[in-house]
Design a protein around this ligand. Structure first.
Ligand code: GBH
Length: 471
């Protein structure tokens, strides 16, 4: 079933795998770490599947040396991880927790000792709870606190870090955190979510400025989960307009300020009934618009949208949960429809053509912007064989097809510098807890023992050959 096109990747193509602090570290109350919004959220009954929390997770905080061994054995050229802001500044501002900084300093050194490039993300959703209590990302001040945190990390880890990524998927932080409430802090307030979008964009710009004030030659980046949204009926004006509107919310609300220096006018018009955007002050868009060395692209699946006529019931796959609210602020008349399968265990459709389409769109709109796939991968219902192996041909097939799709985009001119498989390890999959497994390496949550799945062995071969297998 695995496609083996034998495709080779460009010389110097960076092969890696990715994780995030709250999803793997555990040790939530150790080493001087302060509470984050995900501690609060996951400990609130009903917010995560089975009430799972990141208290222990993969216990990476204690097992990091073993995990470095797996990274080295896989032959990875780079490892993408995130630092937990509340480990470094327990209250989100002010005093620094030396123990937290030392943990990341040892991790970075351990990677360099093994010849692995550290690709560091400063914020992968674990906001210090004190900052949320002061308004979180809906509060402009959080962007300035983020810049201080970015600067102190740059001072500490300096030029040992290969790439400094400010934020992971601000779409999720803003819309899942503040509009649908599916993620921490679990608020449901469309105006707050749009303010969060802006303050995240501002935080990125201020963060890049702060990093470069310390390290003028730092390689800076941001990772976005840009959406590939297609119309249910491409000949319907109404459906095309629905796609335009959700494209503004999901994509251009970020690429506009970050890569072009301005929000798109239609975003303001479409959401005028929700907010007047007065939180965007003169000069903010220029701050957000810092040149970045590489754009991180996370890709998993595609979406299908149409205009909802208000009469027929919404499609079951709309994701519009009245208990939760919708992440699509101000677009209540847009309806999402389940795309054709096959699907992963997340219920997301598998469509590698979306990967090629997305990369070519970015290449067309921002021709000089190098890119890197900072996440791609899949959850499936893995089982352990009697011999202890984990045969996961569906994951191998998923990654192979998406790598082939990346290669096709490169052939057509997209400047893609690397690929990071999500994820190195099974881990805390946010509101789905430990129920959904994305790892190349299985984690037994009773013993915390790590076991390479077939996909890990397969990926090791791809990395070694810089090519997909033949046949
Ligand atoms: C990433 O987010 C995260 O960075 C990572 O931490 C996580 O573990 C991994 O992916 C796997 O989930 O109806 O538009 O809401 C994934 C972002 C956002 C992708 C929501 C799928 C669902 C369609 N996801 N999206 S939508």
């Amino acid at each position: 079933m695995t496609i083996g096109t034998g495709r080779r990747f460009p010389d110097g193509f960076l092969w890696g795998s990715a994780t995030a602090s709250y999803q793997i570290e555990g040790a939530a109350k150790e080493g001087g770490r302060g509470p984050s919004i995900w501690d609060t959220f996951s400990h609130t009954p009903g917010k995560t599947l089975n009430g799972d929390t990141g208290d222990v997770a993969d216990d990476h905080y204690h097992r990091w040396q073993e995990d470095l061994g797996h990274i080295a054995d896989l032959g990875l050229g780079a490892y993408r991880f995130s630092t937990a802001w509340p480990r470094v500044q327990p209250g989100g501002s002010g005093p620094v927790n030396r123990e937290g900084l030392d943990f990341y300093s040892r991790l970075v050194d351990g990677l360099l000792d093994r010849g692995v490039k550290p690709v560091l993300t400063l914020y992968h959703w674990d906001l210090p709870q004190d900052l949320e209590d002061a308004g979180g990302w809906a509060n402009r001040d959080t962007a300035y606190r983020f810049a201080e945190y970015a600067e102190l990390m740059a001072r500490e880890l300096g030029d040992r870090v290969d790439t400094w990524t400010t934020l992971n998927e601000p779409w999720c932080s803003a819309y899942l955190g503040y509009a649908s409430g599916a993620h921490a802090p679990g608020r449901a307030d469309g105006a707050a979510a749009l303010a969060a979008v802006h303050h995240l964009n501002l935080a990125h710009g201020l963060g890049v400025q702060a990093i470069r004030s310390v390290l003028p030659s730092a390689r800076a980046s941001i990772t976005l989960n840009l959406h590939v949204i297609r119309p249910v009926d491409p000949s319907s004006e109404a459906d095309l307009d629905a796609v335009r509107r959700v494209d503004a919310l999901a994509n251009r609300a970020f690429t506009g300020p970050l890569l072009s220096g301005a929000y798109p006018a239609d975003l303001f018009d479409d959401t005028a009934h929700v907010t007047d955007w007065s939180f965007v002050r003169a000069g903010d868009e220029e701050i957000a618009h810092q040149p970045i060395d590489v754009l991180g692209v996370n890709y998993y699946s595609t979406a299908l949208a149409r205009r909802w006529d208000g009469a027929r019931p919404r499609s079951e796959d709309d994701g519009h949960d009245d208990a939760l609210g919708s992440p699509w602020v101000g677009a209540d008349d847009v309806e999402f429809v389940r795309p054709e399968g096959p699907y992963t265990a997340m219920g997301w459709n598998i469509d590698p053509t979306g990967m090629t389409e997305l990369l070519l769109r970015i290449a067309r709109e921002y021709p000089d912007q190098p890119m890197m796939i900072t996440e791609n991968g899949a959850a499936f219902a893995d089982t352990v064989s009697p011999d202890g192996a984990v045969h996961d041909p569906l994951r191998i097939d998923y990654i192979a097809r998406h790598l082939e799709a990346v290669g096709q985009a490169i052939d057509q001119g997209a400047d893609v510098r690397g690929y990071f498989a999500w994820s190195l390890l099974d881990n805390f999959e946010w509101s789905y807890g430990y129920d959904r497994r994305f790892g190349l390496i299985r984690v037994d949550y009773d013993t915390l023992v790590r076991t390479w799945k077939d996909s890990a062995h397969w990926y090791q071969g791809v990395v070694a050959r810089n090519a997909l297998p033949e046949g």
